[in-house]
Structures are given as structure tokens and as C-alpha cells.
Design a binder for this molecule. Structure first.
Ligand code: HEM
Length: 236
């Protein structure tokens, strides 16, 4: 008998894998067939629950990056922000699974949701709070380094670590914009473009939120550089 296969952790489950990952508890968190209004409730719940888990990890990584930035550990902060960006991209990657429900089947799933809406997603709500802290901490480190964004972008070679950090903010901002664009398309394919959501919000309102930024200056600095180039680099 292989001793390594014998469980040694205390807790619920017949193997150490089940005990540590807590699969018994995890796998009963989805609606059971007996209560389904439609069998696609499983697909719908798995996509939402896994999104909440990826966002939980994204938030933890961003919070740790903020701590690192406050200690001027800029490269370490970037390492954790790469993870956070990837977490957001994983939530985007799974959105198209929802388009595998037929529009009518989703109407049946929807009857099970009550007034449940993504507006109340703890993942997205807490992510917004963590991103506010991140933006503040990046603004503070730029100030400590006596750098405006424009100065940083003009002197990248002298400030590689800070440039990578700021570009990761752009990555995260862009990843969220892409998530919102894909989400709006999922909505339009599923319930239509001119209706209201489960909390009464017109889809058009969600569409207009797509390009909201965590830090407008990240995008404005590109414009400033183009203006500067027009002034300094053109012949006429
Ligand atoms: C069939 C799939 C989906 C449909 C039809 C849908 C529909 C909607 C609608 C109509 C709204 C506007 C608010 C309201 O309900 O009145 C909304 C908002 C929202 N939903 Fe979804 N949604 C879907 C999937 C998801 C998923 C997988 C997530 C991930 C957790 C999510 C997160 C959000 C968030 C965060 C908002 C707030 C608006 C924003 O930040 O852009 N939704 N959704």
C-alpha cells in the first residue's frame, strides 16, 4: 500500500485534497436540480461564483501591492498587480459561456434570481474600493519621486520600475473596460439592448459605463504626449 495516498489532514473529506480544498462544502453551493427553474441555473451560477472567486484573489493581490508600494517595493508591487490583471482577464474569458444559454432559457433562469443583479456583486464592489487605494498609493509614490506622469513617460529609462507599475494600472483599467464591453454584449445577446435589468437599470446605462476609468490621467497623458510631439517633433 502506498502510504502517500493515506490522508493525514484533519477535517471533512476522504482525501487530503478534499479536506484542504474543502470540496464537500464548495460543491453544494450551487442550486440543486430539484429546485431548478431551468437546468442552466448551474451554468449561470458556476460562471458567477467563479467570477467572485477570481475577484477575491484580484482584491487580495491589489491590497498587497498597495502595501508594497507604501514601502517603496515597486517591483514586488508590480508582480502582484500582474496577478490581479490576469484574474480580471479570467472573469472576462468565461463571460461567453453565458451566451451558450438560449435567450428564452435565460428568461426561465431569470425567474429564479429575484432582484439579484451584478450591481450588488461583492467582488466588483470591493474591487472598486481596492482600486481607489491603489490609485492613491501610485499618485503618492509619483509625488515622493518628484515625477508627474508626463515626466515619467518622457524618462522611462531612468524610472523603469515605476513605469512598469503605472503601465500595470493601465492594463487593469483596460482589462476592466474590456470586461464591461463583453458583459454588455452578453446582456444584449441574452435579454436585448433596449430593456431593463433585474434591478430596473436600462441596458443603455450599463453600455454608457463601459469606458469609465480608475484614473483618467493615465489616458490623458497620451494626449499630452501627442500634443507635445505636434509642437516639438513636426517640421512646420
Ligand atoms: C446572462 C448573463 C448576464 C446578464 C443578462 C446580465 C445583466 C445585467 C444587467 C441588465 C445589469 C444592469 C443592472 C440591473 O440588473 O438592473 C447588469 C449589471 C452588472 N452585472 Fe451583469 N449580467 C450577466 C452576467 C454577469 C456576470 C457573470 C457578472 C460577474 C460577476 C456580472 C456583473 C455585473 C456587474 C458588476 C454589473 C454592474 C454594472 C457594471 O459595473 O458594469 N454580470 N448585468
Amino acid at each position: 500500500m502506498n502510504e502517500l495516498r493515506e490522508p493525514k489532514l484533519a477535517g471533512e473529506g476522504s482525501s487530503d485534497y478534499e479536506v484542504y480544498i474543502r470540496t464537500d462544502e464548495l460543491l453544494v453551493l450551487q442550486p440543486e436540480p430539484e429546485t431548478w427553474k431551468h437546468r442552466d441555473e448551474l451554468l449561470f451560477t458556476v460562471v458567477h461564483q467563479s467570477s467572485e472567486l477570481w475577484l477575491k484573489l484580484a482584491i487580495a493581490e491589489i491590497d498587497y501591492a498597495v502595501l508594497n508600494i507604501s514601502q517603496d517595493s515597486i517591483q514586488a508591487a508590480s508582480r502582484y498587480l500582474i496577478r490581479a490583471r490576469d484574474c480580471i482577464n479570467y472573469t472576462t474569458a468565461q463571460l461567453p459561456m453565458l451566451e451558450k444559454m438560449t435567450p428564452w432559457d435565460y428568461q426561465l433562469v431569470r425567474t429564479a434570481l429575484g432582484h439579484g443583479s451584478g450591481f450588488d456583486s461583492p467582488g466588483f464592489r470591493n474591487l472598486r474600493e481596492s482600486l481607489k487605494q491603489l490609485v492613491e498609493s501610485v499618485q503618492a509614490v509619483l509625488q515622493r519621486s518628484n515625477l508627474s506622469l508626463e515626466k515619467l513617460y518622457l524618462n522611462v529609462e531612468d524610472n523603469e520600475a515605476l513605469y512598469s507599475l503605472v503601465e500595470l494600472l493601465v492594463d487593469i483599467d483596460e482589462a476592466l473596460m474590456i470586461w464591461r464591453s463583453v458583459h454588455v454584449k452578453v446582456i444584449e445577446r441574452t435579454i436585448g439592448a433596449t430593456v431593463n435589468g433585474t434591478q430596473g437599470t436600462p441596458v443603455e446605462v450599463v453600455r454608457n459605463l463601459r469606458d469609465r476609468s480608475i484614473m483618467e490621467e493615465l489616458w490623458e497623458v497620451r494626449v499630452d504626449l501627442t500634443d507635445r510631439a505636434d509642437r516639438e517633433l513636426t517640421d512646420n
